[in-house]
Design a protein around this ligand. Structure first.
Ligand code: AMP
Length: 395
């Protein structure tokens, strides 16, 4: 990575504003998944142990610019304190009197978490005045929120872009994400296989197009596959597809062919007679009858995809193979997770649904890397500039 990290600056005695991703899932005030908090801990510990005054900030949920205690970060401060075995102070605002007062008394090594940034409309709007107030808390800006690095919000890029903070560096989590995903994109051990699934081709055109330049095999599952199959003249029954993306699907297939990249599409599908968990399900090899919709890949496809994964040296995966939220149609997604867990390849899960599937199935520690950013990792794999990284000081 060509960006400076916290190791490249002297943080001792400095007020460091650290943008973390504490957008954790909560049910009735209880945090149900600690992945994101755990992901930020190495940076927080390093800064605290090196005598920085650590001021953490994050968004949570979509409170749309208003104070809404449903989205308070206070439970996260308590959980973080428990995980660190160290006091974590909490400010009831992000740019108001309470945060100013608490920042002012912060001693070297101490940690403060500010209230949800998205309680302010200026955060997502990247408002200059909001940036200035937020920047007034600190001398050094640290970005460690990979999950929002693809957004140009006040706390993810604006405070540096407007010039309110000069020293801007990456934390360890962002460093790790870039090293692992970037390393695979640039110097993958081959065969390099990309597994793409999920709902829409339109969301993933950029990533498919860029991956064609890098990988040996692209595996396509999920609803996305039906746009490709239909474009190839197959009958897909009532399966979900994008009528306005058929030409594009063929263009992508032609591009892949011209680059000698193999595209594996489903050869059979688990179809349902309605979009429901209790639907009747039936496997179709080849064409799917009208009245049936493909909601998962079929057993032959599972074998085809799993074999390609077995032979790979690098595998990246983004997007489920079917409607994995319904038990009956989760088989394909589970099988891909299992094939990746059992392979000796470098395995990278690109966040989002695939990350939750892998974690729920208990395969998390079998993967080389599970990205903390679904959208961010997709945009990174697409070769796009991420504003939250671009704004940081070059080495
Ligand atoms: P994405 O956000 O693009 O990764 O898409 C994830 C969503 O795609 C999940 O909610 C899946 O239920 C959905 N999905 C995957 N396969 C299918 C399918 N064959 N038909 C309809 N939806 C699907």
């Amino acid at each position: 990575m060509n960006k400076k990290t916290i190791k490249d600056v002297n943080v001792k005695g400095k007020k460091c504003l650290v943008r973390v991703d504490f957008n954790v899932p909560m049910e009735d005030g209880i945090i149900t998944d600690l992945t994101r908090i755990n992901g930020a801990i190495p940076t927080i510990k390093y800064l605290s142990e090196h005598g920085a005054k650590v001021i953490l900030c994050s968004h949570m949920g979509r409170p749309k610019g208003e104070f809404n205690m449903k989205y308070t970060l206070e439970p996260v401060a308590r959980k973080l304190a428990e995980l660190l075995g160290k006091n974590v102070a909490f400010a009831k605002d992000a740019i108001g009197e309470d945060s100013k007062a608490k920042v002012a008394v912060l001693k070297d090594g101490e940690i403060l978490l500010l209230e949800n940034l998205r309680f302010y409309i200026g955060e997502e709007k990247n408002d200059k005045e909001f940036c200035e107030k937020l920047a007034a808390h600190c001398e050094i800006y640290v970005n460690d929120a990979f999950g929002t690095a693809h957004r140009a919000h006040a706390s993810t890029a604006g405070i540096v872009q407007y010039g309110f903070v000069k020293d801007a560096v990456a934390g360890f989590l962002i460093g790790k994400e870039l090293d692992i995903i970037g390393g695979a994109m640039e110097n993958a051990k081959r065969p390099f296989v990309a597994v793409l699934g999920g709902a829409k081709v339109s969301d993933k055109i950029g990533v498919i197009s860029n991956l064609i330049e890098k990988v040996d095999i692209i595996i396509v599952g999920g609803a996305m596959a039906y746009t490709f199959l239909k474009a190839q003249g197959e009958e897909i029954g009532d399966s979900r597809f994008e009528a306005d993306k058929l030409d594009l699907a063929n263009e992508l297939l032609a591009k892949a062919k011209s680059k000698n990249v193999k595209v594996l599409l489903p050869v059979d599908n688990m179809a349902a007679d309605k979009f429901a968990a209790d639907a009747n399900a039936k496997v179709f090899e080849g064409n799917i009858d009208v009245g049936w919709m493909g909601l998962d890949i079929g057993p032959k496809t599972i074998k085809l995809f799993s074999d390609a994964i077995k032979d790979a040296k690098t595998v990246i995966w983004n997007g489920p193979m079917g409607v994995f939220e319904m038990e009956k149609f989760a088989t394909g997604t589970k099988a891909i997770a299992k094939a990746m867990a059992e392979s000796n390849a470098v395995t990278i899960i690109g966040g989002g649904d695939s990350a939750s599937a892998v974690t729920q199935l208990g395969y998390a520690d079998k993967m080389t890397h599970i990205s903390t950013g679904g959208g961010a990792s997709l945009e990174f794999m697409e070769g796009l500039v991420l504003p939250g990284i671009d704004c940081l000081n070059d080495k």
